[in-house]
Design a protein around this ligand. Sequence first.
Ligand code: ADP
Ligand code: ASP
Ligand code: MG
Length: 452
Amino acid sequence: MIVAKFGGTSVGDAAAIRRTAGIIRARLPQQPIVVVSALAGTTNALLAAAEQASSGNLVAAIAGVQQLRERHLAAVQELAGSGPESQELAATVSAFLDELAHLVEALSVLGHATPRSLDAIASLGEQLSAPIVTAAFRREGIDAVLVDARRVMVTDDDHGRAKPLPERIADAARDLVVPLVLANRVPVLGGYIGATVTGVTTTLGRGGSDYSASLIGAGVEATAIEIWTDVDGMLTADPRVVRGARLIDHIRFDEAAELASFGAKVLHPNTITPAVARGIPVLVFNSMRSEGSGTRITADAPRVAVRAIAGKGNTVIVKVRSPRMLGTPGFLQQIFEVFARHKTSVDVVTTSEVSVSLTVDDDQYLEAVVAELRQCGDVGVERSRGILAVVGASLAANPSAMATAIAAVGDVHLHMVSLDSTGINLTMVVDADAVKPLMQRLHDAFFPEAAA
Ligand code: ADP
Ligand code: ASP
Ligand code: MG
């Protein structure tokens, strides 16, 4: 059994969905379970409509809903033809879009959106794409069957970034998904969405379909988790940012996890964890070029000094300074407890005798965090920062690689530098607008064109 996940561009329109069907047909002997994202751009459009409606711009929100209706119905018509199955599908799709219109109107009346109502809206992208892909597969002769992901992906109720409950997911996958595979059928589920134990719809956080795929893969003990996307695999850097980024054939779980956490959007940061727990290889392929060899992510790729560079912007540094820190047991614990209480996760940490700097991506609760931290010492907040990560399993063991990284930084202002405890990730915090140029410089230093 394998799990094959197709991202937004891989199901972006009728032609892409047909290509996806071809990929699955070729994999029928491996007993695939299919996880799909929303049609490319849909989740953004849904969240934009919610934001417009709740901020008083109902006209724009309804126009957005109408565009989504036209786009999804066009895909239905192109893929499912005009028979009774197609009419049924068009009715299903229209019903979801009516629901969206009602939700958007409700938000406009209320004048604000709750995380729970945003999940109800954001989840519609995958609730729409999964039946469309299922119908398209059936039309292409694949015995596909739709499974409501919310019955499988059981989560807590932290709306917008719900945490999955892996044991319940494994049980549900064994009960609802595996029997279909054993009957030679192809289950199709929407990624990203789930539900609480009481059945309230949740989402796993943006880009979460990869995570859905790996949770289901772990649940059914799949032999591989395939991530089909719009690039040839994991590359030595984001090809949208860095010229000359190259395909990585084989990469270690820990390296891929670090890269994903520090900006390599090709994988959701949590994707690797369930796969590691069961030792399941994660394979990344290009759905536009299915003949490519892709990237293989396993525990045992050979160690190299530098595998890839990642980067991200929108980082906030929080600095806490206090002479009390000196020799006070539990001081850092107090600081971390403040972040934990406000559900804010910390990315990078550096300390001196009397100060600690921490970075966060999510500034939703930052005001409350800072107010509480003031009880620990002087607090400074620096916005418009970004993070770069140089990742390789033998990085710290290789002094010349470390020297190359530091030399490439040149005159860029470094706000924080950290090497993790396993010596695999050299992290640097810089001004946000320095991230892209420095990524290129680091990439040029470690992966010179001539060596390609
Ligand atoms: P999908 O919709 O298939 O999930 P995403 O847009 O989430 O696709 O992820 C694919 C994108 O990730 C690529 O188009 C690429 O720009 C970006 N990306 C960032 N870092 C990397 C990397 N190291 N290797 C490959 N792609 C990367
Ligand atoms: N559709 C969701 C998003 O855009 C989940 C995903 O594509 O992985 O975030
Ligand atoms: Mg993605």
